[in-house]
Design a protein around this ligand. Structure first.
Ligand code: AMP
Ligand code: ZN
Length: 471
């Protein structure tokens, strides 16, 4: 299995530190708002990685942290006049609900920054003692990046021309302002109620964002681990600073493989909260929440987010979701057809060929676009074989169940239960509205969509009736 490692800019064979086991750290959400679907592109990619590692027989220990104290949280909670822990609570709850909706497997650990301040302080003290960190005039403690010779390696920046002692207090800043960054920020009035004052040697203050992840990963995974992930915006400064802190502290290599997912964009701009061009999962699940006035199936959204390879940018479009909806329906329709064929010609040759192709592409840095192409060829080939005569459909269903352990599209459930009554009613209403508006293309589309899900519509003088065609 090979991965593209941001650290070396090379695709490398994956060799875990301990055979059969993978320690994985994934930077989690900053819980000052609802996560947007750009964030979820990254979390879905990490879930695909996790699931694929498991599919290939590894035991995965995944940590996803929650950043529950940093600049934005402090600013927003003070503006709202609530304690920062109260402020983050609903967003933390929403995050876990959203993960579930997208069928993202739970990580083994979800540490919160506020629960690991002791560990951060231990690291900061050590860095001070080693002379790598220093105290500035206002009492804050900074990391002196010139004391870490390989600083800049992950982000591929050269820091030789830096003005010695230039400092940045914010958690987020650009590459061209690389300089000493804050490990511990001395309290000032803008921090209001947010401070820790029990560490007398450090003084009243709060941790910087970067030390949070260094301390949380160390607490759970140890000084060194296999894979660290995040979106590309995390490469600098966040992950670069994590390396500087952790390696200066432990004297060991922090992480062997760095995997970064490219951004989800909207009309060629990165989707971000600060640009205001973001769409949340909730917007897509609610017909009133988005301009296409559709409620999308969360599995269609998941499929859409995972269907572009993680190393390429992805442009969000509503039409894209509609195409993905059709693609997913093709799979479900195949499975419905196949599950009714209990005896007939073998499909083992197609299953074996497709499985080998799927693994070959996924082993190649999770090349999901090619892996999916192989799976859709399988759909076409099996359909052709069924056109010619009965097949052993059970094998088709079993194979898709196996693949769905990786894709996580809940196909089994879809097949067993079909859509929920209320979703059917909603679609029927939408079809009626489309017909009224003489949008027959859409109305036919809905009929076909429901048909693929095993729902037959009947137009009667009393209105539309529906029934499930197969149990
Ligand atoms: P945040 O809550 O801003 O700390 O971001 C959480 C995760 O989402 C990080 O791994 C980010 O790199 C990632 N992320 C942020 N914006 C995007 C985007 N537009 N597309 C993909 N990933 C993103
Ligand atoms: Zn992090």
């Amino acid at each position: 299995m090979q991965f593209f490692n941001t650290l070396t800019r090379q695709q490398e064979e994956f060799v875990p530190m301990e055979p059969g086991k993978v320690k994985l750290y994934t930077c989690g959400p900053t819980v000052h708002d609802f996560a947007h679907i750009g964030n979820f592109r990254t979390y879905v990619f990490e879930d695909l990685l996790r699931r694929y590692l498991r599919y290939r027989g590894y035991q995965v220990t995944q940590v996803m942290n929650l950043t529950d104290v940093e600049d934005k949280i402090i600013r927003k909670s003070i503006a709202a006049g609530v304690h920062f822990k109260e402020y983050t609570k609903p967003y933390i709850e929403a995050f876990f609900e959203d993960l579930k909706r997208l069928n993202i497997q739970p990580a083994e650990h979800y540490p919160r920054a506020t629960e690991h301040v002791d560990g951060m302080v231990e690291m900061i003290r050590d860095l001070l003692q080693k002379g790598i960190a220093y105290r500035s005039e206002d009492g804050s403690i900074y990391y002196n990046i010139t004391k870490f010779p390989s600083y800049g390696q992950l982000a591929h920046i050269c820091v030789s021309e830096l003005v010695s002692g230039a400092r940045v207090a914010q958690d987020e800043y650009e590459k061209d302002s690389a300089c000493d960054f804050a490990l511990w920020k001395a309290w000032d009035e803008a921090d209001g109620h947010v401070y820790w004052d029990q560490y007398e040697d450090l003084g009243k203050g709060r941790p910087g964002w970067h030390i949070e992840c260094s301390a949380m990963s160390r607490a759970i995974l140890g000084d060194s681990f296999d894979i660290h992930c995040g979106g590309v915006d995390n490469i600098f400064p966040h992950h670069q600073n994590e390396i500087a802190q952790s390696e200066a502290f432990s004297g060991k290599k922090f992480v062997n493989y760095w995997l970064h997912s490219e951004h989800l964009q909207v009309e060629s701009y990165k989707m971000s909260k600060s640009k205001g061009n973001f769409i949340t999962l909730r917007d897509l699940l609610d017909p009133q929440g988005n301009p296409s006035r559709r409620a999308y199936d969360p599995m269609v959204i998941r499929f859409s987010l995972l269907s572009a390879s993680y190393g390429s940018r992805m442009n969000f479009k509503y039409e894209g979701l509609q195409q993905d909806e059709k693609a997913l329906e093709r799979i479900v329709a195949l499975l419905r057809r196949a599950q009714e064929q209990t005896a007939g010609e073998s499909v083992d040759d197609l299953v074996e060929k497709t499985r080998a192709e799927f693994i070959r592409h996924m082993d190649n840095n999770l090349l999901i676009t090619e892996a999916l192409a192989a799976l859709f060829n399988f759909v076409t080939d099996v359909n052709k074989r069924m056109d010619a005569g009965p097949i052993n459909g059970q094998k088709v269903v079993e194979f898709w169940n196996e693949i769905d352990e990786v894709l996580g599209l809940n196909l089994k459930e879809k097949l067993q239960t079909g859509p929920l009554d209320e979703d059917i009613e909603k679609l029927i209403e939408e079809r009626q509205a489309a017909r009224k508006a003489k949008n027959f293309a859409r109305s036919d589309e809905i009929r076909n969509q429901l048909l693929a899900q095993g729902i037959v519509l009947e137009d009667t003088p009393q209105g539309v009736r529906w029934k499930r065609s197969s149990p």
